[in-house]
Design a protein around this ligand. Sequence first.
Ligand SMILES: [Ca+2]
Ligand SMILES: [Ca+2]
Length: 191
Amino acid sequence: MIACEELFTVANLATQDLFLIFCGDSNLALFDLEVEIVDEKGRKMEAKSGFTLVEILVVVVILGILAAIVIPQFTEAGTEAKLSSLCIDLKTLRSQIELYKTQHNNTPPSFANFVAQMTGQTDITGAVGTDFGPYMQKIATNQFNTLNTLDNTGTIGDNVGGWEYDETTGVINADDNYDNDGVAGPDHAIL
Ligand SMILES: [Ca+2]
Ligand SMILES: [Ca+2]
């Protein structure tokens, strides 16, 4: 029963709709009513169910917009994580090469024997021995080209190896050619 003296407006009349009734005393009341819809001859009408094509299209468009917003953020997070790994790996490689140098008469690991000299034990000349090392368990993989090999062509960022290494100076850099910063050239040439 609606305890109102006057009924002005009933909006969105449909089965189980929650609708507003504005009463004469200006009080706003909320009612949850079961409503049976009948046609002009008193026959019960089926409540409309399902979605129209337009409604489905609207949902698809909204999902598309959400995907366009969310997916690039995931991609960006992945790239940031890889860059973080790359920087940590470079820092480790550089510090361990430096340590090797100090223990081997200021001579950096050779290009040819880099893996053996960094992951195995050596004498002071860099030959297999028991005096120094190992300096790392394995050579890290460059997360941007998934390579853990060395290149010594002198070109940083040509994507030949995981790392560009100069055995005369002991300088090591990322050799991937990832380029997404809007500036021409590989982004990780100077890290
Ligand atoms: Ca290179
Ligand atoms: Ca670039």
